[in-house]
Design a protein around this ligand. Structure first.
Ligand code: DLL
Length: 434
């Protein structure tokens, strides 16, 4: 295959045709979903049938599905297909309550693998590449999701799994890995371990990094690109929508193309539930259009983003979303001000004297909310007390400009904050009345 597209016809489909295709798939999805105990009831209450959906805009007639609804249906209340045709189940960790479950048919897994292959192909990964996956395997969809996608593309796939950085580095060197999938916080950690091992991380065979699964800034991406001398592409997905392969940057690195043949995208005001005008930030709401075992309709993701205006020079017609600003449930309010962890990260990453690991702790002190930011120093920092104190003041000032609240700032030694193997934990909320 010489094309720059994995599926040229689908990826460059003129929008009116793409929308007609979506409408047809939406109706089919409603017919399938009406077989599930959950949607059967919802559809009966709201009079939803495939015929009610005459245009894509009619999707608004269907009520939202929330994570709470999924929990109430645990484990199989939202399954539409016959369970004996189900071949895989993924579940969320359930650390904050009853886990949620997604069940897949073979068709669903094939469609998912194809989407991940489409993403990887889009950023130049080919059969001749060696793709190493440093994701956790098991229930986390970054493992098997990328495994089957990279195999579908035909790359030599190395299921290295999470952690053990020295072994990751050995694999990269021995197998001449060209493409690595990593969570952004881990990509930076890995570059540091290269340095600790006395290996220049810019001299490896790595050319492409796929980073996603957690929010990160463009500055953090640039840092990863510099440290490893690679191009790093943002990859978005979630278990409820299969996992990775939902939206992905092309080589323009300007927003993530959403695969609209398989997902219907809406952006709503999280308070009112109404659509926001194109280009405005709101909550992403998604409908699966190619799932047979367990379709989800108008799923409220809690992720905040916006649709980018204009067309993409890459020629793909599928809409692009901006990088995720945060989750509406990540946001915390302190002294009446709404703050996203990403705003803190955006400020910290501007100081070369700082490493990339940080932790925000919220506490109640004398009945008042207090915010503390602990951040690790980098090897570029001085150990002179006065210089460190000046640095601390400069960062505090800049944080105040960004978040409008003055946090307590603690500069700590490199390696002293907890390093998570999976997604980074950035906020610890210990307040009495959260
Ligand atoms: O994180 C699936 C995935 C695996 C995506 C590997 C990309 C790569 P969950 O564990 O269900 O699934 O977490 C989904 O992670 O709702 C977002 O809040 C966040 N997230 C995922 N990708 C990005 C990204 C996987 N590129 C939740 N930028 C989502 C920001 C992201 N946040």
């Amino acid at each position: 295959m010489n094309s720059k597209y994995w599926e040229p016809e689908i990826e460059t489909m003129p929008r009116p045709q793409l929308q007609a295709f979506q409408l047809e798939r939406l109706r089919k999805t409603i017919a399938i979903a009406s077989q599930s105990p959950y949607y059967q009831k919802v559809f009966a209450t709201h009079g939803i049938t495939p015929e009610v959906i005459q245009t894509i805009d009619d999707v608004k007639k269907i009520p939202f599905t929330t994570k709470a609804d999924m929990r109430l249906c645990y484990p199989f209340g939202m399954v539409s297909g016959k369970l004996d045709e189900a071949v895989r189940l993924h579940s969320s960790s359930g650390t904050t309550g009853t886990p949620t479950v997604i069940v897949h048919s073979q068709h669903d897994l094939d469609s998912w693998a194809n989407l991940v292959a489409r993403c990887l192909y889009m950023v130049g990964v080919r059969r001749s590449d060696v793709f190493q996956n440093s994701s956790g395997y098991g229930m986390f969809t970054g493992g098997l999701g990328f495994q089957y996608g990279a195999e579908r593309l035909g790359a030599l796939t190395v299921p290295a799994a999470a952690g053990n950085s020295k072994r990751q580095i050995k694999f990269i060197q021995d197998f001449h890995t060209t493409t690595l999938h990593a969570i952004p916080s881990y990509a930076i950690r890995l570059a540091e371990v290269f340095q600790e091992e006395g290996i220049d991380p810019t001299t490896t065979s790595l050319r492409t990094l796929v980073i996603g699964a957690e929010p990160h800034t463009d500055e953090q991406r640039k840092k990863i690109e510099r440290m490893l001398d690679v191009r790093a592409y943002n990859s978005f997905g979630m278990s409820e929508m299969n996992g990775p392969g939902v939206a992905f940057e092309c080589t323009e690195q300007n927003g993530m193309h959403f695969w609209e043949d398989c997902y219907l995208v809406e952006i709503i005001d999280p308070e009112t539930g109404q659509h926001v005008p194109d280009g405005e930030i709101g909550e992403l709401v998604l409908t699966t259009l190619d799932r047979t075992m367990m379709p989800l309709l108008r799923y409220r993701t809690r992720d905040l983003t916006r649709i980018l205006p204009g067309s993409c020079p890459c020629g793909r017609t599928h809409l692009r979303i901006d990088r995720i600003k945060g989750r509406s449930d990540d946001m915390f309010i302190i002294k009446g001000v709404n703050i996203f962890p990403m705003q803190v990260e955006k400020t910290l990453v501007q100081f070369a004297e700082l490493g990339s690991n940080y932790l925000i702790t919220l506490e109640t002190v004398n009945n008042q909310d207090e915010m503390m930011v602990e951040v690790e120093l980098s090897e570029l920092s001085s150990d002179n007390y006065i210089e460190l104190e000046n640095l601390r003041r400069a960062i505090t000032r800049q944080l105040k400009d960004e978040i409008l609240v003055t946090p307590k700032l603690k500069l700590v030694k490199k390696g002293s904050l907890p390093q998570s193997e999976g997604k980074a934990v950035r906020v610890k909320d210990l307040r009495d009345n959260k």
